[in-house]
Design a protein around this ligand. Structure first.
Ligand code: TXA
Ligand code: MG
Length: 336
């Protein structure tokens, strides 16, 4: 298939491709998404094929107008509606009972649906011009790091999708916060740029699902099917090192004859005697969020055997960075 490359003013062309049942990679403020008409069974099938995504991993439905939420859900509890009022448009996805019109192929057979109103004007414009909500999983091959710019999407999906729309770098760089309202208190299933603290300030206590910090045990019930698959992994093996800059550099410098690369903080650079890529300042979680996925892809270009990542702070937005990093590393952490 020939993939058309569009610029950010060509939203009408993107909308027309979607109306004809095509699939188009589009920017959002979090990561690029691979969009299709949420009511078109054939188009939805194409998304799973293009990404190589398991069919029981459900998709997020994106809307451009809060008032249209009942096209997607069958109920909208008070706490969810309050969060929507305060945090939409933005990087927040809510799990709610689904409207019968939403096909089960979107929800992986579940009776719930994930819904989000993204803040990026390009996807908002495309939804409005298409005239229907859009499913949009991250626009990467299943398992690889999510794409935060056009070239990441092109690398993974050129020849597999109808079009890719280029609107530069995503401002956040990690996928949205996912919170389920199928129970009360609500349950955080995936951390993102909107932090648990921010949510609790607005709606009171929430539960953080065990899968946010640790690997699920085989007998545990999977609430967010996405968490059971290998995720965010570059081609090289990733190992996390936890400790000070000095200990991190000392450990890596002693391995300098090996084919490795450091995924470090700016503060580590003067101490390192091996190849490195920095994913930001050690105290700036938002910067790390923005750079993590592109740094993992960049590190792969050196064809290292192992990427040694310096462990980030696990608080605020850092919870989301840590969550993606431990998954990329298959939960391998060495304490120095
Ligand atoms: O920021 C984002 O959310 C991006 C942009 C493109 O909007 N999208 C994204 O989609 O990250 P995806 O498909 O890569 O991740 C969706 C996550 C998966 O972990 C999936 O299992 C979960 O949301 N999910 C979707 N529907 C669900 C449901 N009904 N119940 C529980 N989890 C659900
Ligand atoms: Mg994804």
């Amino acid at each position: 298939m020939e993939t058309l490359c569009l610029n950010s003013s060509e939203t009408q062309i993107a909308a027309e491709i979607l109306q004809r049942g095509g699939i188009v990679a589009v920017p959002t403020e979090t990561v690029y998404g691979l969009a299709a008409n949420a009511f078109d069974l054939q188009a939805i099938k194409k998304i799973f094929v293009a990404k190589g995504r398991p069919s029981d991993n459900p998709l997020i439905v994106h809307i451009s107008d809060k008032d249209k939420i009942y096209e997607v859900v069958s109920s909208f509890p008070e706490k969810a509606s309050y969060l929507a009022e305060k945090l939409w448009p933005g990087p927040l996805t809510m799990i709610l009972p689904k409207n019968p019109r939403i096909p089960h192929s979107v929800t992986g057979g579940l009776d719930s649906v994930a819904v989000r109103l993204p803040a990026h004007f390009v996807i908002q414009e495309i939804i409005k011009k298409s005239g229907f909500p859009l499913v949009a999983p991250s626009a990467n091959l299943s398992g690889s790091p999510s794409p935060t710019n056009f070239s990441h999407v092109f690398e993974d999906l050129n020849g597999r999708v109808d079009a890719i729309l280029d609107a530069g770098e995503c401002s956040i760089g990690l996928e949205s916060t996912v919170i389920s309202f199928l129970e009360d208190p609500p349950r955080l299933l995936r951390p993102g740029a909107i932090t648990p603290q921010e949510i609790e300030t607005l709606i009171g206590p929430i539960i953080i699902d065990d899968s946010v910090y640790s690997k699920l045990k085989p007998e545990e019930k999977v609430l967010s099917p996405g968490t059971k698959y290998k995720h965010y992994s570059p081609k090289a093996k990733v190992v996390i090192l936890k400790g000070t800059s000095e200990k991190y550099a000392e450990f890596l410098n002693s391995l300098s004859s090996e084919n490795i690369i450091a995924l470090c903080f700016n503060q580590d650079i003067p101490l390192l005697k091996i190849p490195y890529i920095s994913y930001g300042d050690s105290s700036n979680s938002s910067e790390q969020a923005k750079k993590l996925f592109s740094s993992l892809r960049e590190a792969d270009k050196f064809f290292p055997q192992i990427i040694y990542a310096h462990c980030c702070r696990n608080e605020g937005v850092g919870i989301a960075v840590y969550n993606r990093l431990v998954r990329a590393a298959g939960f391998k952490i060495i304490k120095l």
